[in-house]
Design a protein around this ligand. Structure first.
Ligand SMILES: Cc1ncc(COP(=O)(O)O)c(C=O)c1O
Length: 464
Protein backbone atom coordinates (compact mmCIF):
# COMPACT_ATOMS: atom_id res chain seq x y z
CA UNK A 1 0.00 0.00 0.00
CA UNK A 2 1.36 3.43 -0.87
CA UNK A 3 2.22 5.75 2.00
CA UNK A 4 2.06 9.51 1.88
CA UNK A 5 4.00 11.99 4.01
CA UNK A 6 2.72 15.55 3.72
CA UNK A 7 5.15 16.97 6.29
CA UNK A 8 8.17 15.79 4.34
CA UNK A 9 6.83 17.52 1.22
CA UNK A 10 6.34 20.77 3.16
CA UNK A 11 9.84 20.43 4.63
CA UNK A 12 11.37 19.79 1.22
CA UNK A 13 9.61 22.55 -0.70
CA UNK A 14 9.10 25.21 1.99
CA UNK A 15 12.55 26.84 2.06
CA UNK A 16 12.75 27.51 -1.70
CA UNK A 17 9.07 27.80 -2.54
CA UNK A 18 9.51 31.34 -3.87
CA UNK A 19 12.22 30.43 -6.36
CA UNK A 20 10.43 27.24 -7.39
CA UNK A 21 7.08 29.04 -7.68
CA UNK A 22 8.74 31.30 -10.22
CA UNK A 23 9.97 28.28 -12.18
CA UNK A 24 6.76 26.25 -12.15
CA UNK A 25 3.89 28.70 -11.72
CA UNK A 26 4.24 32.45 -12.21
CA UNK A 27 7.61 34.25 -12.12
CA UNK A 28 6.08 37.73 -12.43
CA UNK A 29 3.90 37.16 -9.38
CA UNK A 30 6.97 36.14 -7.45
CA UNK A 31 8.65 39.39 -8.59
CA UNK A 32 5.65 41.33 -7.31
CA UNK A 33 5.84 39.68 -3.87
CA UNK A 34 9.56 40.44 -3.57
CA UNK A 35 9.00 44.02 -4.57
CA UNK A 36 6.34 44.72 -1.98
CA UNK A 37 8.03 42.73 0.78
CA UNK A 38 5.41 39.96 0.89
CA UNK A 39 7.97 37.27 0.07
CA UNK A 40 8.13 36.02 3.64
CA UNK A 41 7.44 32.52 4.78
CA UNK A 42 4.58 31.89 7.15
CA UNK A 43 4.66 28.59 8.94
CA UNK A 44 1.50 28.65 11.06
CA UNK A 45 -1.94 30.25 11.01
CA UNK A 46 -4.59 30.34 13.71
CA UNK A 47 -7.60 32.60 14.04
CA UNK A 48 -6.72 36.02 12.61
CA UNK A 49 -2.96 35.48 13.12
CA UNK A 50 -0.01 34.15 11.14
CA UNK A 51 3.46 33.24 12.41
CA UNK A 52 6.68 33.46 10.43
CA UNK A 53 9.76 31.26 10.73
CA UNK A 54 11.19 33.47 13.47
CA UNK A 55 8.04 33.01 15.54
CA UNK A 56 6.78 36.59 15.03
CA UNK A 57 3.00 36.97 15.08
CA UNK A 58 1.18 38.89 12.35
CA UNK A 59 -2.42 40.13 12.17
CA UNK A 60 -4.00 39.25 8.83
CA UNK A 61 -6.34 41.99 7.60
CA UNK A 62 -6.30 40.60 4.05
CA UNK A 63 -8.17 37.59 5.36
CA UNK A 64 -7.55 35.45 2.27
CA UNK A 65 -9.24 38.20 0.18
CA UNK A 66 -12.09 38.41 2.68
CA UNK A 67 -12.93 34.71 2.72
CA UNK A 68 -11.42 33.74 6.10
CA UNK A 69 -14.44 34.80 8.11
CA UNK A 70 -13.67 32.34 10.92
CA UNK A 71 -9.91 32.78 10.76
CA UNK A 72 -7.51 29.94 10.01
CA UNK A 73 -7.76 26.46 11.48
CA UNK A 74 -11.08 26.92 13.29
CA UNK A 75 -11.44 23.86 15.56
CA UNK A 76 -15.09 23.24 14.64
CA UNK A 77 -14.35 23.33 10.91
CA UNK A 78 -11.33 21.09 11.33
CA UNK A 79 -13.37 18.61 13.38
CA UNK A 80 -16.24 18.69 10.86
CA UNK A 81 -13.89 17.96 7.95
CA UNK A 82 -12.16 15.18 9.90
CA UNK A 83 -15.60 13.68 10.64
CA UNK A 84 -16.45 13.85 6.96
CA UNK A 85 -13.28 11.98 6.04
CA UNK A 86 -13.87 9.42 8.82
CA UNK A 87 -17.52 8.77 8.01
CA UNK A 88 -16.70 8.91 4.30
CA UNK A 89 -20.16 9.15 2.76
CA UNK A 90 -19.90 7.85 -0.81
CA UNK A 91 -18.86 10.77 -2.95
CA UNK A 92 -19.81 12.00 -6.41
CA UNK A 93 -22.18 9.25 -7.47
CA UNK A 94 -23.54 12.09 -9.62
CA UNK A 95 -26.90 10.46 -10.40
CA UNK A 96 -27.96 10.92 -6.77
CA UNK A 97 -29.53 13.34 -4.31
CA UNK A 98 -26.76 13.88 -1.70
CA UNK A 99 -28.23 14.30 1.81
CA UNK A 100 -25.55 16.81 2.79
CA UNK A 101 -26.47 19.01 -0.20
CA UNK A 102 -30.10 18.91 0.94
CA UNK A 103 -29.09 19.79 4.51
CA UNK A 104 -26.85 22.66 3.40
CA UNK A 105 -29.42 24.10 0.98
CA UNK A 106 -32.04 24.08 3.75
CA UNK A 107 -29.65 25.56 6.29
CA UNK A 108 -28.42 28.28 3.90
CA UNK A 109 -31.97 29.33 2.98
CA UNK A 110 -32.81 29.57 6.67
CA UNK A 111 -29.66 31.53 7.47
CA UNK A 112 -30.31 33.99 4.65
CA UNK A 113 -34.04 34.04 5.38
CA UNK A 114 -35.02 33.18 1.80
CA UNK A 115 -37.46 30.29 2.41
CA UNK A 116 -38.93 30.23 -1.11
CA UNK A 117 -35.59 29.84 -2.89
CA UNK A 118 -33.86 27.00 -4.66
CA UNK A 119 -30.09 26.65 -4.36
CA UNK A 120 -27.38 25.80 -6.89
CA UNK A 121 -23.94 25.00 -5.45
CA UNK A 122 -20.67 26.00 -7.14
CA UNK A 123 -16.95 25.92 -6.35
CA UNK A 124 -16.03 29.63 -6.35
CA UNK A 125 -17.32 33.19 -6.44
CA UNK A 126 -16.81 33.67 -10.13
CA UNK A 127 -18.65 30.40 -10.86
CA UNK A 128 -21.64 31.67 -8.88
CA UNK A 129 -21.69 34.75 -11.14
CA UNK A 130 -21.38 32.60 -14.28
CA UNK A 131 -24.27 30.46 -13.07
CA UNK A 132 -26.39 33.53 -12.31
CA UNK A 133 -25.69 34.93 -15.79
CA UNK A 134 -26.89 31.71 -17.42
CA UNK A 135 -29.91 31.43 -15.12
CA UNK A 136 -30.87 35.05 -15.89
CA UNK A 137 -30.65 34.52 -19.65
CA UNK A 138 -32.66 31.31 -19.52
CA UNK A 139 -35.28 32.78 -17.19
CA UNK A 140 -35.85 35.98 -19.18
CA UNK A 141 -34.98 34.98 -22.74
CA UNK A 142 -32.97 38.19 -22.96
CA UNK A 143 -29.30 38.39 -24.00
CA UNK A 144 -27.85 41.40 -22.15
CA UNK A 145 -26.34 42.21 -18.76
CA UNK A 146 -25.75 45.49 -16.96
CA UNK A 147 -23.36 46.40 -14.17
CA UNK A 148 -21.87 49.45 -12.44
CA UNK A 149 -18.55 51.03 -13.29
CA UNK A 150 -15.77 49.88 -10.94
CA UNK A 151 -17.55 46.52 -10.60
CA UNK A 152 -15.74 43.30 -9.73
CA UNK A 153 -17.61 40.02 -10.21
CA UNK A 154 -14.73 37.61 -10.85
CA UNK A 155 -12.29 36.88 -13.64
CA UNK A 156 -13.75 34.03 -15.72
CA UNK A 157 -14.89 35.18 -19.14
CA UNK A 158 -18.54 35.92 -18.32
CA UNK A 159 -17.82 37.63 -15.01
CA UNK A 160 -14.91 39.51 -16.60
CA UNK A 161 -17.35 40.90 -19.17
CA UNK A 162 -18.96 42.80 -16.29
CA UNK A 163 -15.67 44.01 -14.83
CA UNK A 164 -15.21 47.75 -14.46
CA UNK A 165 -11.42 47.72 -14.87
CA UNK A 166 -10.12 48.11 -18.41
CA UNK A 167 -6.67 46.78 -17.45
CA UNK A 168 -8.20 43.48 -16.30
CA UNK A 169 -10.30 43.10 -19.49
CA UNK A 170 -7.48 44.05 -21.87
CA UNK A 171 -6.04 41.14 -23.82
CA UNK A 172 -9.02 38.85 -23.20
CA UNK A 173 -11.50 40.29 -25.69
CA UNK A 174 -13.92 39.59 -27.26
CA UNK A 175 -15.91 39.25 -24.07
CA UNK A 176 -19.57 38.29 -23.68
CA UNK A 177 -21.54 40.61 -25.98
CA UNK A 178 -24.34 42.77 -24.64
CA UNK A 179 -22.77 43.83 -21.33
CA UNK A 180 -23.52 47.44 -20.49
CA UNK A 181 -21.51 49.43 -17.97
CA UNK A 182 -23.45 52.10 -16.07
CA UNK A 183 -21.75 54.86 -14.02
CA UNK A 184 -21.84 53.82 -10.36
CA UNK A 185 -25.05 54.81 -8.55
CA UNK A 186 -26.37 56.80 -11.56
CA UNK A 187 -29.98 55.63 -11.61
CA UNK A 188 -30.93 57.82 -14.62
CA UNK A 189 -28.21 56.13 -16.65
CA UNK A 190 -29.40 52.73 -15.40
CA UNK A 191 -32.97 53.52 -16.46
CA UNK A 192 -31.67 54.40 -19.94
CA UNK A 193 -29.51 51.26 -20.13
CA UNK A 194 -32.45 48.99 -19.27
CA UNK A 195 -35.09 50.86 -21.31
CA UNK A 196 -35.04 48.62 -24.41
CA UNK A 197 -35.84 45.58 -22.22
CA UNK A 198 -33.04 43.49 -23.71
CA UNK A 199 -31.08 43.16 -20.46
CA UNK A 200 -31.58 39.87 -18.59
CA UNK A 201 -30.07 41.02 -15.30
CA UNK A 202 -28.43 43.87 -13.47
CA UNK A 203 -25.54 42.71 -11.26
CA UNK A 204 -24.31 44.72 -8.28
CA UNK A 205 -22.09 44.35 -5.22
CA UNK A 206 -23.89 45.83 -2.17
CA UNK A 207 -20.53 47.32 -1.18
CA UNK A 208 -18.08 47.48 -4.07
CA UNK A 209 -14.98 45.53 -3.18
CA UNK A 210 -12.64 47.75 -5.17
CA UNK A 211 -12.27 50.85 -3.05
CA UNK A 212 -14.86 49.63 -0.48
CA UNK A 213 -17.70 51.76 -1.82
CA UNK A 214 -21.21 51.39 -0.38
CA UNK A 215 -24.22 52.71 -2.29
CA UNK A 216 -25.54 56.15 -1.34
CA UNK A 217 -28.74 55.84 0.71
CA UNK A 218 -31.84 55.04 -1.35
CA UNK A 219 -29.98 54.14 -4.55
CA UNK A 220 -30.48 50.39 -4.35
CA UNK A 221 -34.21 50.77 -3.66
CA UNK A 222 -34.47 52.88 -6.81
CA UNK A 223 -32.39 50.32 -8.72
CA UNK A 224 -34.79 47.57 -7.59
CA UNK A 225 -37.74 49.65 -8.78
CA UNK A 226 -36.16 50.25 -12.20
CA UNK A 227 -35.43 46.53 -12.56
CA UNK A 228 -39.04 45.69 -11.67
CA UNK A 229 -40.39 48.21 -14.20
CA UNK A 230 -38.20 46.91 -17.03
CA UNK A 231 -38.51 43.20 -16.24
CA UNK A 232 -34.77 42.98 -15.49
CA UNK A 233 -33.65 40.51 -12.83
CA UNK A 234 -31.81 42.08 -9.90
CA UNK A 235 -28.73 40.04 -8.94
CA UNK A 236 -26.88 40.75 -5.71
CA UNK A 237 -23.29 39.60 -5.95
CA UNK A 238 -22.79 38.96 -2.24
CA UNK A 239 -19.72 36.80 -2.86
CA UNK A 240 -17.72 39.15 -0.63
CA UNK A 241 -20.35 40.97 1.44
CA UNK A 242 -22.59 38.01 2.31
CA UNK A 243 -22.74 35.90 5.49
CA UNK A 244 -21.48 38.51 7.89
CA UNK A 245 -18.58 40.30 6.20
CA UNK A 246 -20.60 43.52 5.87
CA UNK A 247 -22.26 43.11 9.28
CA UNK A 248 -25.43 41.36 8.04
CA UNK A 249 -26.40 37.95 6.67
CA UNK A 250 -27.13 39.75 3.37
CA UNK A 251 -25.77 43.25 2.85
CA UNK A 252 -28.37 44.03 0.16
CA UNK A 253 -31.05 43.72 2.84
CA UNK A 254 -29.35 46.49 4.82
CA UNK A 255 -30.16 48.67 1.79
CA UNK A 256 -33.77 47.47 1.84
CA UNK A 257 -33.76 45.34 -1.31
CA UNK A 258 -34.65 41.70 -1.89
CA UNK A 259 -32.80 40.59 -5.04
CA UNK A 260 -34.13 38.01 -7.51
CA UNK A 261 -30.85 36.10 -7.44
CA UNK A 262 -28.12 36.10 -4.79
CA UNK A 263 -24.52 34.90 -5.27
CA UNK A 264 -22.54 33.88 -2.17
CA UNK A 265 -19.18 32.19 -1.75
CA UNK A 266 -16.36 33.54 0.41
CA UNK A 267 -18.23 33.64 3.72
CA UNK A 268 -19.96 30.30 3.08
CA UNK A 269 -16.66 28.56 2.50
CA UNK A 270 -14.79 30.51 5.20
CA UNK A 271 -11.72 29.67 3.16
CA UNK A 272 -11.58 26.05 4.29
CA UNK A 273 -12.95 24.20 1.22
CA UNK A 274 -13.94 26.06 -1.98
CA UNK A 275 -17.71 26.59 -2.09
CA UNK A 276 -20.32 28.99 -3.38
CA UNK A 277 -24.00 29.10 -4.21
CA UNK A 278 -26.64 30.90 -6.22
CA UNK A 279 -30.07 31.32 -4.69
CA UNK A 280 -33.22 32.30 -6.54
CA UNK A 281 -36.95 31.70 -6.55
CA UNK A 282 -38.43 28.39 -7.65
CA UNK A 283 -40.16 30.23 -10.51
CA UNK A 284 -36.81 31.43 -11.89
CA UNK A 285 -35.03 28.10 -11.42
CA UNK A 286 -37.94 26.23 -13.05
CA UNK A 287 -37.39 28.16 -16.25
CA UNK A 288 -33.81 26.90 -16.43
CA UNK A 289 -34.28 23.28 -15.36
CA UNK A 290 -37.60 23.03 -17.19
CA UNK A 291 -37.77 19.37 -18.20
CA UNK A 292 -36.30 16.02 -17.23
CA UNK A 293 -34.00 16.27 -20.22
CA UNK A 294 -32.80 19.71 -19.17
CA UNK A 295 -32.54 18.96 -15.43
CA UNK A 296 -28.74 18.88 -15.79
CA UNK A 297 -28.47 21.71 -18.29
CA UNK A 298 -26.17 23.61 -15.92
CA UNK A 299 -23.89 21.59 -13.67
CA UNK A 300 -20.31 20.93 -12.65
CA UNK A 301 -18.52 17.83 -11.44
CA UNK A 302 -17.58 18.80 -7.87
CA UNK A 303 -20.46 21.06 -6.88
CA UNK A 304 -22.19 18.90 -4.21
CA UNK A 305 -19.15 17.01 -2.91
CA UNK A 306 -19.43 15.94 0.74
CA UNK A 307 -16.36 17.83 2.00
CA UNK A 308 -17.63 21.16 0.65
CA UNK A 309 -21.17 20.49 1.90
CA UNK A 310 -19.87 19.49 5.35
CA UNK A 311 -17.73 22.59 5.45
CA UNK A 312 -20.67 24.84 4.55
CA UNK A 313 -22.86 23.23 7.22
CA UNK A 314 -20.13 23.68 9.85
CA UNK A 315 -19.57 27.31 8.82
CA UNK A 316 -23.26 28.16 9.16
CA UNK A 317 -23.32 26.35 12.52
CA UNK A 318 -20.40 28.43 13.85
CA UNK A 319 -21.80 31.67 12.41
CA UNK A 320 -25.03 31.00 14.33
CA UNK A 321 -23.60 29.57 17.56
CA UNK A 322 -20.86 32.18 17.95
CA UNK A 323 -23.05 35.09 16.74
CA UNK A 324 -20.36 35.98 14.20
CA UNK A 325 -22.52 38.32 12.09
CA UNK A 326 -23.27 40.46 15.13
CA UNK A 327 -19.61 40.33 16.11
CA UNK A 328 -18.59 41.56 12.66
CA UNK A 329 -20.98 44.51 12.98
CA UNK A 330 -19.67 45.31 16.50
CA UNK A 331 -15.95 44.97 15.74
CA UNK A 332 -16.36 46.77 12.43
CA UNK A 333 -18.04 49.71 14.17
CA UNK A 334 -15.21 49.79 16.74
CA UNK A 335 -12.53 49.75 14.04
CA UNK A 336 -14.23 52.45 11.95
CA UNK A 337 -14.65 54.59 15.09
CA UNK A 338 -10.99 54.07 16.06
CA UNK A 339 -9.75 55.06 12.60
CA UNK A 340 -12.14 58.01 12.36
CA UNK A 341 -10.97 59.27 15.76
CA UNK A 342 -7.40 58.92 14.52
CA UNK A 343 -8.00 60.80 11.26
CA UNK A 344 -7.85 64.39 12.58
CA UNK A 345 -4.74 63.64 14.66
CA UNK A 346 -2.47 62.26 11.91
CA UNK A 347 -1.71 63.26 8.33
CA UNK A 348 -3.02 61.36 5.38
CA UNK A 349 -6.52 59.98 6.05
CA UNK A 350 -9.21 61.44 3.78
CA UNK A 351 -12.05 59.10 4.68
CA UNK A 352 -12.82 55.91 6.58
CA UNK A 353 -15.81 53.98 5.26
CA UNK A 354 -17.31 50.53 5.23
CA UNK A 355 -19.77 48.17 6.78
CA UNK A 356 -19.09 45.40 9.25
CA UNK A 357 -15.53 44.24 8.79
CA UNK A 358 -15.24 45.44 5.20
CA UNK A 359 -13.46 48.74 5.67
CA UNK A 360 -11.65 51.15 3.37
CA UNK A 361 -9.22 53.85 4.48
CA UNK A 362 -8.95 56.40 1.67
CA UNK A 363 -5.67 58.26 1.81
CA UNK A 364 -4.89 61.87 1.14
CA UNK A 365 -1.56 61.59 -0.73
CA UNK A 366 -0.55 65.30 -0.63
CA UNK A 367 -0.81 65.23 3.16
CA UNK A 368 1.84 62.54 3.14
CA UNK A 369 4.24 65.03 1.56
CA UNK A 370 4.47 63.32 -1.78
CA UNK A 371 5.36 65.58 -4.65
CA UNK A 372 6.77 63.66 -7.54
CA UNK A 373 6.43 65.17 -10.96
CA UNK A 374 5.60 62.78 -13.77
CA UNK A 375 3.75 60.29 -11.61
CA UNK A 376 0.36 61.90 -12.23
CA UNK A 377 -2.44 59.71 -10.93
CA UNK A 378 -0.07 56.90 -9.93
CA UNK A 379 0.94 58.81 -6.82
CA UNK A 380 -1.99 57.65 -4.72
CA UNK A 381 -1.32 54.00 -5.63
CA UNK A 382 2.31 54.36 -4.65
CA UNK A 383 1.49 56.09 -1.39
CA UNK A 384 -0.96 53.32 -0.55
CA UNK A 385 1.62 50.67 -1.41
CA UNK A 386 4.28 52.38 0.71
CA UNK A 387 1.84 52.37 3.62
CA UNK A 388 0.96 48.70 3.07
CA UNK A 389 4.69 47.88 3.19
CA UNK A 390 5.29 49.85 6.39
CA UNK A 391 2.25 48.28 8.06
CA UNK A 392 3.69 44.87 7.24
CA UNK A 393 7.33 45.54 8.05
CA UNK A 394 6.96 47.61 11.22
CA UNK A 395 3.64 46.42 12.58
CA UNK A 396 3.26 42.88 11.23
CA UNK A 397 -0.13 43.84 9.85
CA UNK A 398 -1.18 42.38 6.46
CA UNK A 399 -3.26 44.80 4.38
CA UNK A 400 -3.81 45.51 0.70
CA UNK A 401 -4.25 48.55 -1.48
CA UNK A 402 -7.51 47.88 -3.28
CA UNK A 403 -7.00 48.95 -6.85
CA UNK A 404 -4.92 50.97 -9.22
CA UNK A 405 -5.26 54.68 -8.74
CA UNK A 406 -7.58 54.52 -5.76
CA UNK A 407 -5.23 55.09 -2.83
CA UNK A 408 -7.44 53.05 -0.53
CA UNK A 409 -6.20 50.57 2.04
CA UNK A 410 -8.67 47.74 2.46
CA UNK A 411 -9.21 45.94 5.76
CA UNK A 412 -11.08 42.63 5.66
CA UNK A 413 -9.75 40.68 8.66
CA UNK A 414 -11.36 37.48 9.95
CA UNK A 415 -14.63 38.30 11.69
CA UNK A 416 -13.27 36.80 14.92
CA UNK A 417 -10.86 39.67 15.71
CA UNK A 418 -10.86 41.11 19.23
CA UNK A 419 -10.74 44.62 20.73
CA UNK A 420 -6.95 44.21 21.09
CA UNK A 421 -6.69 43.53 17.36
CA UNK A 422 -8.68 46.69 16.65
CA UNK A 423 -6.15 48.63 18.79
CA UNK A 424 -3.29 46.89 16.94
CA UNK A 425 -4.64 48.14 13.59
CA UNK A 426 -5.35 51.70 14.75
CA UNK A 427 -1.92 52.08 16.37
CA UNK A 428 -0.21 50.67 13.25
CA UNK A 429 -1.93 53.29 11.09
CA UNK A 430 -1.06 56.06 13.55
CA UNK A 431 2.65 55.38 13.65
CA UNK A 432 2.94 54.56 9.93
CA UNK A 433 1.15 57.69 8.72
CA UNK A 434 3.18 59.94 11.00
CA UNK A 435 6.40 58.34 9.78
CA UNK A 436 5.45 58.38 6.10
CA UNK A 437 4.66 62.09 6.32
CA UNK A 438 7.89 62.77 8.24
CA UNK A 439 9.89 61.01 5.49
CA UNK A 440 8.46 63.47 2.94
CA UNK A 441 8.04 60.73 0.34
CA UNK A 442 11.28 58.84 1.00
CA UNK A 443 9.42 55.52 1.28
CA UNK A 444 7.68 56.15 -2.02
CA UNK A 445 10.92 57.18 -3.74
CA UNK A 446 12.52 53.97 -2.46
CA UNK A 447 9.59 52.01 -3.84
CA UNK A 448 9.92 53.64 -7.25
CA UNK A 449 13.63 52.90 -7.33
CA UNK A 450 12.94 49.22 -6.68
CA UNK A 451 10.17 49.20 -9.30
CA UNK A 452 12.46 50.56 -11.98
CA UNK A 453 14.69 47.52 -11.48
CA UNK A 454 11.79 45.07 -11.45
CA UNK A 455 10.93 43.01 -14.50
CA UNK A 456 7.20 42.92 -13.63
CA UNK A 457 5.05 44.39 -16.41
CA UNK A 458 2.40 45.70 -14.03
CA UNK A 459 4.95 47.55 -11.98
CA UNK A 460 6.80 49.06 -14.91
CA UNK A 461 3.48 50.32 -16.10
CA UNK A 462 2.65 51.72 -12.68
CA UNK A 463 5.49 54.21 -12.84
CA UNK A 464 5.08 55.25 -16.47
C1 LIG B 1 -18.01 40.59 -5.38
C2 LIG B 1 -17.17 39.48 -5.91
N1 LIG B 1 -17.68 38.68 -6.86
C3 LIG B 1 -16.97 37.65 -7.36
C4 LIG B 1 -15.68 37.40 -6.93
C5 LIG B 1 -14.90 36.25 -7.51
O1 LIG B 1 -14.74 35.24 -6.58
P1 LIG B 1 -13.60 34.13 -6.78
O2 LIG B 1 -12.29 34.80 -6.60
O3 LIG B 1 -13.90 33.08 -5.74
O4 LIG B 1 -13.78 33.60 -8.15
C6 LIG B 1 -15.12 38.21 -5.95
C7 LIG B 1 -13.73 37.99 -5.49
O5 LIG B 1 -13.08 38.80 -4.91
C8 LIG B 1 -15.87 39.28 -5.43
O6 LIG B 1 -15.37 40.10 -4.49
Amino acid sequence: MATFDLQSILDAYGPDAGRDYAAHLNPRFHDLLRLVGFDRRFVRGEGPYLWDEQGSRYLDAIGGFACLSLGRDHPVLRDALEQSLRIAPPTLIQFETPPLAVALAESLKRFLDRPGDRVFFVNSGTESVEAAMKIARAATGRPGFAHWSNAFHGLTLGALSMNGAEWLRRGFEPLVPGCREVPFADTDALRAALADESVAAFFFEPVQGKGVIPHPPGVLREVAEICRETGTLLVADEVQTGLGRAGAALASRTDGVEPDLVCVSKGLSAGAIPLGAVLGSAAIFDRVFDSVERSVVHSSTFRENPLAMTNGLAVLHVLREEAIVERSARMGAALVAGLRDLAPTVPGIREVRGRGLMIGVELDPPALAIDMPGLANRTSTLVAQALVMRLLQRHRLLTQSTSKGSGVIKLVPPLVISEEDVDWIVEAFRESLVELARGRGAAVRGLIKMMRKAPGVVLREAVQ
